[in-house]
Design a protein around this ligand. Structure first.
Ligand code: GRG
Length: 291
């Protein structure tokens, strides 16, 4: 299958479910729900949810309706991290996904609370889903580990403390593997767990997802240097004072490292049943993307 169609079809299904799973703008307190819906439904590639669904499907899962609350939860957590990442005390970004960032549109207090509410709502969706209790417990362990102090937040704190004078490759790998790749790893592992896959497939999905995440974040760094505001939907050259792959290795070598990580990802994921080469095409898409 053509990868653009694959991504487009799943994005549409994920977007529809997200709209259904979010509280309506008419529901009290309206302003909170408006800010939540604005941030989640204003765009986004839905890559994390698509990876979860793909790992699920290639591990033998076929009950897509049952797992959609988990794919929504993943995108709600991601949107929450973007809202908080854009705040003045973090990356201080006025634009996101081609529009105003949440705090620019609604004010800082509302944006913080909208992020917090998205985070809680993600766990509401998982806990109210029809997924079997033992699988729920397993995925919650993976998810909470990936997004907490030893995952996204651990990476984010080192990211905001980092500066371009400390060109330390070990610290750079810590930031990227925690801030971004830990979540990619978790969503692939969760897909395999939900499908009831064997231990070796679950581990392969976890490792493959980690390498996809590393490649993805390096490309994100490269886009900050080479990308265009109109394509990215946010300001470029915002990472000038940050520890990034282009800073430490230069743009060309960073691209080669991203390619190496994508090959490693494919090596691990090769034990899943991917008849149409979706993972390979997906990685090529991610490394060639302009937003
Ligand atoms: C919510 C767990 C949690 C933590 C809060 C603010 C923060 C702590 C973490 C920020 C982590 C962060 C924003 C990492 C950057 C990851 C990244 C490359 C985001 C862009 O992802 P895309 O390109 O965005 O998938 P779209 O718009 O397509 O969804």
């Amino acid at each position: 299958m053509n990868i653009e169609n694959y991504l487009k079809d799943w994005k549409k299904k994920i977007d529809d479910k997200l709209s259904e799973h979010l509280p309506s703008e008419e529901e009290y307190p309206q302003l909170l729900h408006k800010a939540m819906r604005y941030s989640v439904l204003s765009g986004g590639k839905r890559i994390r949810a698509i990876l979860m669904i793909t790992a699920y499907s290639f591990s033998g899962g076929n009950k897509f309706d049952e797992i959609m609350p988990v794919s929504s939860a993943i995108e709600l957590i991601h949107s929450y991290s973007l809202i908080h990442d854009d705040l003045p005390s973090m990356d201080d970004d006025d634009y996101r996904r081609g529009g105003l960032s949440c705090h620019k549109k609604f004010g800082e207090g509302i944006a913080i609370l909208a992020g917090d509410a998205l985070f809680s709502h993600a766990f509401y969706l998982i806990s109210h889903s029809n997924i079997k209790a033992d699988l729920k417990e397993k995925i919650l362990k993976v998810l909470t580990e990936a997004i907490g102090n030893q995952g996204i937040i651990g990476g984010q704190i080192e990211d905001i403390l980092s500066d371009s004078n400390r060109k330390e490759p070990k610290l750079l790998r810590y930031i990227h593997s925690h801030k971004t790749a830990s979540f990619f790893s978790a969503v692939c592992e969760i897909g395999a767990i939900l499908a009831g896959a064997s231990k070796d497939k679950i581990l392969a999905s976890r490792k493959g997802g980690l390498f996809i995440g590393m490649a993805f974040q390096i490309q994100d760094d490269v886009l900050d240097v080479e990308g265009k505001k109109e394509e990215l939907g946010k300001e470029v050259k915002k990472d000038n004072d940050k520890l990034t792959y282009p800073l430490v290795y230069g743009v060309d070598f960073s691209k080669r490292i991203a390619k190496k990580y994508s090959m490693l990802a494919l090596k691990h994921l090769s034990i899943l049943k991917d008849n149409d080469g979706i993972f390979e095409n997906l990685l090529n898409y991610l490394l060639g993307r302009r937003n």
